[in-house]
Design a protein around this ligand. Structure first.
Ligand SMILES: [Zn+2]
Length: 249
């Protein structure tokens, strides 16, 4: 679980797009996750990914029968380049408004001009979807996690994403800021209070997006729907933090 493989070329990370559940689609790559929400009144994209893999994201959007021109909002979970680098290109293509945590806005400006700065508890409503944002600092100061409901048949599922789970900036030499480890732990505890039926990954290794997607496309079996995945992943994150702290001691 939570394993990763290394990628050489942009095209090596190509993943066939698929519908995860309800109005939620995966359009990202192995290198960087991007999720598309079809709200019935335009599209929301969560994270744009690297510029070099943008052609794959655009291919995926078209392949699912949507048009990148119909993007209305692009939500950026945090300011790191693997999440935001292709944002300006997509804004030029679509006129979409960009949203990012207010504490990540400054470092993001190198990549795009943030239109809407999000604070804890803010929401975004478009068409049939209302997204709720929770500040979960640690990985970066302004990392946002997000939650929304989606319908499939008669059922409603709570979808959730931890917007910055990686340990990269929690290693001493690469601290994003002083106190980031303490914040990261608090953020995990806060996220543990949320119920999530469908955990979507901020990177594919978070929730084994690639294999779950393949299984779904090939057999129709949907292993994304599993309320145990969210708490299991959060426990894993906290354990990794403990290990990191132990190594420094
Ligand atoms: Zn990051």
């Amino acid at each position: 679980m939570f394993a990763r493989r290394s990628i050489q070329n942009p095209w090596d990370g190509k993943i066939e797009p698929f519908r995860i559940i309800g109005n939620v689609y995966f359009v990202g790559t192995y290198q960087a996750s991007s999720h598309l929400i079809d709200t019935g009144d335009g599209l929301i994209l969560i994270d744009s990914g690297y510029a070099k893999t943008l052609y794959l994201v655009i291919r995926s959007i078209y392949k699912l029968g949507f048009r990148p021109e119909d993007l209305r909002y692009i939500v950026l979970t945090h300011h790191h380049w693997d999440h935001v680098e292709a944002t300006r290109q997509l804004v030029d293509l679509s006129g979409a408004k960009t949203l990012i945590g207010e504490k990540d806005a400054e470092p993001a400006r190198g990549y795009f001009d943030p239109d809407i700065l999000l604070k804890d508890g803010d929401t975004l409503t478009l068409g049939n979807t209302t997204m709720r944002f929770v500040e979960t600092p640690g990985h970066t100061r302004g990392t946002l996690s997000l939650f929304f409901d989606t319908q499939e048949g008669d059922a409603t599922y709570r979808v959730g994403m931890f917007g910055g789970a990686g340990m990269y900036t929690l290693v001493k030499e690469r601290f994003d800021y002083e106190g980031c480890r303490e914040d990261y732990r608090k953020s995990i505890h806060r996220l543990q209070e949320e119920h999530v039926d469908v955990f979507i990954g901020n990177h594919v290794w978070n929730n084994d997006t690639e294999n779950k997607g393949k299984l779904l496309l090939e057999t129709g079996k949907n292993t994304f729907i599993d309320e145990t995945l969210w708490p299991t992943f959060l426990d894993f994150c906290e354990k990794r933090l403990d290990e990191l702290i132990e190594q420094d001691a």
